[in-house]
Design a protein around this ligand. Structure first.
Ligand SMILES: Nc1ncnc2c1ncn2[C@@H]1O[C@H](COP(=O)(O)OP(=O)(O)O)[C@@H](O)[C@H]1O
Ligand SMILES: [Mg+2]
Length: 320
């Protein structure tokens, strides 16, 4: 069932959910952390055990065919093409689906169409052909006026961080809440929480140019995740970072995924992708040329185990 109201765009997957029940639920599926009360109750758990282990997670669906669409499907591209004004094809008949709570890598060389996928998903672009659905809602049915409300469901992280240079770390994150109409009280409660989760508690008053690249990317992730969106898109988030810092950023995205948010990461960092052993969707010239559930991982590994694996078995385990 798809529901939209004047104040917000609501997308709900469950056909049997009465309208009233979703009237105040502006998310695709609320991330378990999105609810203030559970966020408060779950905070220690998330921070200390570094994952929302107690939340129900579906079993990994390693053999899923690319086109299977279930009640759990968050993103579905069906024969999607995007032809730019120049005649270049950003996407060419791309078909794939991403399930709820998945962590998926979108890989491919420069120009293969990764950013086009991201921009289509946030409705910055419209497809030339095909259908894109998010939580069962055809994006064509979302009007220009509704787009800002739709985008509140999606956190976006970019390669170049896109921070406001004249604002502190705290204010960069608070700003994301201000523009979505949160009260000062909510902002005061949420910003320190997210900065703690992203390891930035000691940098509240720093300006972006006083931070390392990795720290700046953490701020941008904090900003993208402060509303606990059910879907997080990251377009080359480690593109400007060294390998060790990249591991930390991936570990943070993994931690976010484990709170119940579906994560789609575009990257051309093959070494990282090989180590992470998550599902890989590969694009080449706008076409999906690989859709592989690169198994062999356990969903319940801790972020420490996860980071150790990324660093490689030969290295001394580190205290994280
Ligand atoms: N604004 C644009 N105008 C014209 N062509 C574009 C534009 N953006 C992307 N393209 C083309 O679309 C293709 C895919 O680009 P993009 O999605 O940015 O790839 P990637 O993110 O994988 O590097 C490329 O051939 C690129 O030249
Ligand atoms: Mg790109």
């Amino acid at each position: 069932m798809l529901v939209s109201t004047h104040s917000s765009l609501q997308i709900c997957l469950h056909a049997d959910t009465p309208l009233e029940a979703v009237a105040d639920t502006p998310l695709l599926w609320p991330n378990p952390m999105a609810n203030t009360e559970s966020q408060h109750r779950g905070r220690r758990q998330v921070l200390r055990t570094d994952a929302a282990r107690s939340y129900h997670r579906p079993a990994p669906n390693l053999k899923r065919p690319a086109q299977a669409v279930s009640a759990n499907t968050v993103i579905e591209f069906s024969g999607v093409s995007k032809k730019y004004g120049t005649g270049a094809f950003g996407l060419d008949q791309a078909t794939f689906a991403v399930d709820r709570e998945d962590f998926v890598f979108l890989i491919g060389s420069t120009g293969s169409g990764k950013s086009t996928v991201m921009r289509l998903l946030i409705k910055e672009l419209e497809p030339t052909d095909g259908t894109i659905t998010v939580a069962g809602r055809d994006l064509k049915t979302i009007s220009r006026r509704q787009v800002p409300f739709y985008r509140r469901n999606i956190g976006v992280v970019f390669q170049d961080f896109k921070l406001l240079p004249s604002r502190t770390v705290y204010d960069n994150v608070a700003y994301a809440l201000q523009v979505t109409g949160h009260s000062r009280k909510e902002i005061r409660a949420k910003v320190p929480d997210i900065l703690r989760l992203t390891g930035l508690s000691t940098k509240l008053h720093n300006y972006p140019d006083q931070l390392s690249g990795g720290e700046q990317q953490r701020v941008s992730i904090a900003r993208a995740f402060v509303n606990h969106p059910p879907l997080l898109l990251a377009d080359e988030p480690t593109g400007n970072l060294d390998p060790e810092t990249s591991i930390d950023i991936m570990r943070l995205l993994y931690r976010i995924n484990r709170t119940g948010t579906t994560v789609l990461v575009a990257t051309h960092d093959h070494a990282m992708v090989d180590k992470m052993r998550r599902r890989v969707l590969e694009l080449s010239r706008g076409r999906v040329v690989r859709d592989e559930a690169t198994g062999l991982y356990t969903r319940d590994e801790s972020t420490r185990e996860f980071a150790q694996r990324l660093r490689g078995p030969s290295e001394t385990p580190q205290i994280l």
